[in-house]
Design a protein around this ligand. Structure first.
Ligand SMILES: CCCCCCCCCCCCCC(=O)SCCNC(=O)CCNC(=O)[C@H](O)C(C)(C)COP(=O)(O)OP(=O)(O)OC[C@H]1O[C@@H](n2cnc3c(N)ncnc32)[C@H](O)[C@@H]1OP(=O)(O)O
Length: 235
């Protein structure tokens, strides 16, 4: 369960069936994630690799028998909430996602449970790629405005890479540092397996003008969020 999600306006007809469907999607993503990792690390012989590539293409053909043209956007889940299942950090259906689970840990605070970044996320030898770290922290910091009722887009994200982050278990945390109307400043950190901070982050998240009219409505947890007078729907 990832924090910062919103109730769906669509009713869930059969939550039980949808739950089973979600479990199957999650299982497929888990299996492909394992394939990704092993694709990077395998040392099997070239003919075996060629044979596997042929089989993988056959599997892709089976999935393409019924695939939508574009991205997933937001979908209603069995728990009646809107989720971005294609998200490359938290998306249940995305094998590229580590995946992260971001939980609310307090008032205006969130944390990503410890998760593993393996060989597929390598930048400097043995260490996590800096762009992957930025993605992880964008997600962890970006969840915080959503849980305080101001789901914003990243306007900037400043990172200070204090020390290299070894591949393996990492975690993240973030909290509100300040709010100013529709803008939320958030600070956070990435931590290695020993709990040492490797990267510090500060981000500004802004509720876009076009989205402001949707906040403070019954479709959002933000329903009790009072829009600042100087930045209402028409601002
Ligand atoms: C619904 C369900 C949601 C669920 C969410 C779950 C969690 C998701 C987690 C996702 C995590 C991943 C997230 C992602 O990956 S988000 C994807 C990456 N980010 C983007 O693509 C954002 C692109 N930029 C924009 O869309 C617009 O520029 C935004 C929306 C940011 C503002 O454009 P908008 O036209 O709306 O408004 P405005 O231009 O009048 O600006 C408004 C105010 O903001 C101030 N300002 C703007 N930029 C900056 C800046 N760089 N430094 C300092 N200040 C800045 C500006 O001065 C003004 O201040 P003030 O004059 O009012 O005082």
């Amino acid at each position: 369960m990832t924090a910062g999600t919103y109730p769906s306006p669509e009713p869930v007809e059969d939550p039980e069936a949808l739950r089973a469907d979600e479990a199957a999607y999650r299982d497929l993503a888990d299996a492909v994630r394992e394939l990704l990792d092993l694709t990077v690390r395998t040392r099997v012989d070239q003919p075996e690799r060629a044979a596997v590539a042929t089989e993988v293409r056959a599997l892709s053909a089976r999935l393409s028998a019924r695939a939508q043209d574009g991205p997933l956007g937001l979908e209603t889940t069995s728990d009646g909430r809107l989720r971005d299942h294609g998200n490359p950090m938290v998306g249940m259906r995305n094998p590229v996602a580590p995946p992260l689970t971001v939980r609310q840990t307090g008032e205006g605070e969130a944390a990503a449970d410890p998760f593993v970044l393996g060989a597929a996320y390598e930048g400097p030898p043995g260490h996590v790629h800096g762009g992957i770290i930025a993605s992880v922290l964008d997600q962890v910091l970006g969840t915080v405005p959503a849980i305080v009722g101001r789901p914003g887009m990243t306007a900037y994200l400043n990172l200070t890479y204090r020390r290299p982050t070894p591949l393996g278990q990492v975690s993240g945390r973030a909290r509100v540092a300040g709010t100013d109307g529709w803008k939320t400043t958030v600070t956070g950190e990435l931590l290695d397996a020993d709990g040492q901070v490797t990267v510090e982050a500060e981000g500004l998240f802004v509720v876009p003008r076009w989205a402001r009219q949707y906040l403070g409505t019954p479709t959002g947890d933000a329903g009790d969020f009072e829009a600042p007078a100087e930045a209402g729907p028409d601002a």
